[in-house]
Ligand binder design. Structure first.
Ligand code: FEO
Length: 390
């Protein structure tokens, strides 16, 4: 396994998870990487590790550069086990290493691994000289866990950003330009929508810090390293953090006998008549983790369900549970559906939208059994009215 020299003395030594297809429920059709970085200076530093089953792959890359026993510092930017899973094994091969982490990082490592390693707990802004270079640590709590921090190397103008700016991509390429903007942006958006979306406020604080730093590379803990598209991804991250969207609509539905689908398509026609671009996702064919990237960019979110057993379909309920956790803000919602008697499903959807703090300016469109032509016309009209408020 070859280490990749990013800059003289700075190496990528991570692991490539070609086969990963689900990251705790988030579908990852392109696999992923766990990026670890090795800095060879007067001190030898390993920044982050890999998921436990890729330890040998990482170790062979480290061995290409240095004797692992010579590692002086192991920086743990984040305790989640895709990055810390090999810490115990690293500490076996480098027993003299100090474990450098945030206060919450130490707590998390103790809870997960129950080992009293030689911890060096660092404050936000603290610096660690390692010879020709300095490591500067900045806490970024909740991007993605309370322990998260980033490591900046001012002499190299490189930010080791951990989960921030990550993408789930397994590739022989290490840099963004190796696959091109479209792929890396698509996967960065999917990653942001599924992992980082709830933490926009904290991302904004991290971006404020990043804005002060001279930067040539952002090297995250998943996927490709940003260099060519650095100036493009930073303002995009700011827009995502601010919950800024485009004048687009996203229609999400499930259907039992096709009535809710017909209403969904009529709503789409109305929105399109009014010049709004519409994406349609059926929960029978699209996984929830593949729909939230559309949520990331869409101002209007329309969700439809039939009523089943006095409530929503379970697929719609599961999607709303996932969405509630991701906390997208500044959206305009619209609930619709079909029913035989009762009609609680669509009403529950509307209540869930209001509970998320969305504007829901139009009444629920709830149609009994199957829509007739007049009812489909009213659905198209509702689409046009919704277009008028986004
Ligand atoms: Fe890639 Fe929050 O771990």
């Amino acid at each position: 396994m070859r280490a990749v020299e990013l800059k003289p003395g700075l190496y990528w030594v991570g692991g490539i998870d070609w086969d990963l297809r689900s990251f705790h429920g988030y579908l990852t059709p392109r696999g992923t990487t766990y990026n670890a970085y090795l800095i060879k200076d007067e001190k030898i530093v390993l920044v982050d590790t890999v998921k436990h089953y890729l330890f040998d792959e990482m170790l062979s890359r480290i061995k290409e550069v240095v004797d692992p026993a010579k590692i002086d510092y192991l920086v743990v930017n984040h305790v989640e086990m895709d990055h810390s899973g090999s810490v115990p094994k690293v500490m076996e091969v480098a027993p003299g290493a100090k474990v450098v982490t945030s206060p919450n990082g130490k707590k998390g490592l103790l809870r997960h691994y129950r080992r009293e390693w030689d911890f060096m707990v660092v404050a936000s802004g603290e610096e660690l000289p390692i010879g020709r270079r300095t490591l500067k640590f900045v806490h970024t709590p909740m991007v993605h866990w309370p322990d998260s921090m980033v490591t900046y190397i001012p002499e190299e103008k490189v930010l080791l950003s951990n989960d921030a700016f990550g993408q789930h991509i397994a590739s022989a390429e290490r840099f963004d330009d190796g696959l091109g903007w479209d792929v890396v942006h698509e996967e960065a958006a999917k990653y942001y929508a599924n992992i980082v979306l709830p933490y926009g406020e904290q991302v904004n604080k991290a971006l404020d810090v990043v804005a002060q730093l001279p930067l040539e590379m952002i090297a995250p803990s998943h996927g490709l390293i940003w260099r060519t598209y650095l100036a493009r991804i930073l303002p995009v991250y700011r827009r995502w953090a601010n919950h800024e969207t485009e004048r687009k609509a996203l229609v999400i539905y499930d259907t039992m006998w096709g009535a809710t689908k017909r209403i969904a398509l009529a709503l789409r026609e109305g929105l399109e008549d009014a010049g709004v671009a519409v994406t349609v996702r059926c929960l029978q064919t699209c996984h929830i983790s593949e729909i939230v990237p559309d949520v990331l960019v869409s101002k209007a979110i329309l969700i439809g369900t039939p009523t089943l057993n006095n409530g929503m379909l379970p697929t719609v309920s599961a999607f709303l549970t996932y969405l509630r956790g991701l906390r997208p803000q500044k959206r305009v919602g619209f609930a619709f559906g079909s029913y035989g008697w009762g009609g609680q499903g669509a009403k529950e959807v509307r209540a869930a939208m209001e509970a998320m703090g969305w504007a829901v300016p139009l009444d629920v469109l709830n149609i009994q059994y199957a829509p007739d032509d007049a009812e489909l016309a009213s659905a198209r009209a509702a689409g046009r009215r919704l277009a008028g408020v986004i």
